[in-house]
Design a binder for this molecule. Sequence first.
Ligand SMILES: Cc1cc2nc3c(=O)[nH]c(=O)nc-3n(C[C@H](O)[C@H](O)[C@H](O)COP(=O)(O)OP(=O)(O)OC[C@H]3O[C@@H](n4cnc5c(N)ncnc54)[C@H](O)[C@@H]3O)c2cc1C
Length: 121
Amino acid sequence: MNASTQEQAPVLIAGGGIAGMAMALTLHQIGVPCRVFETVPDLQPLGVGINLQPNAVRELYELGIGAEQLDTIGIQAREWALVGRNGNDVYAEPRGLLAGYKWPQYSVHRGQLQMLLLREV
Ligand SMILES: Cc1cc2nc3c(=O)[nH]c(=O)nc-3n(C[C@H](O)[C@H](O)[C@H](O)COP(=O)(O)OP(=O)(O)OC[C@H]3O[C@@H](n4cnc5c(N)ncnc54)[C@H](O)[C@@H]3O)c2cc1C
């Protein structure tokens, strides 16, 4: 494989999940062609609620996915709290911006995040 062939050869990404989609967007951002191979013919927004820590949100912001979009699929987490059976606070600590990070922490649905990334890709 010569240098010019290497430049044109796309990166092959196995799986159109959160990681695959984020990788595709990153490669697009730096001008590297890629192809995503997904085993599911029709992606559905499956999954549970997950937390995007500030370092992950920073990466999404860098990819052009800002608060306006993330606010449509989740909420900015203000606090992590451990609550007893009777509702009394056992322990709590601030998260995201309130914890001093430059970026918020988001609680989102995995499937909705995947669909957002898919639309961007
Ligand atoms: C209950 C639960 C809670 C979680 N909570 C958090 C959290 O709070 N914060 C957090 O950051 N993470 C959390 N995670 C982890 C997070 O969901 C995963 O790290 C993330 O989804 C991994 O992304 P991925 O793209 O590697 O895999 P996935 O999102 O699972 O996507 C993999 C994709 O690859 C496809 N695929 C599989 N095999 C092949 C193949 N052979 N060829 C082609 N395509 C294939 C699948 O169909 C799928 O679309 C949680 C996970 C679970 C299960």
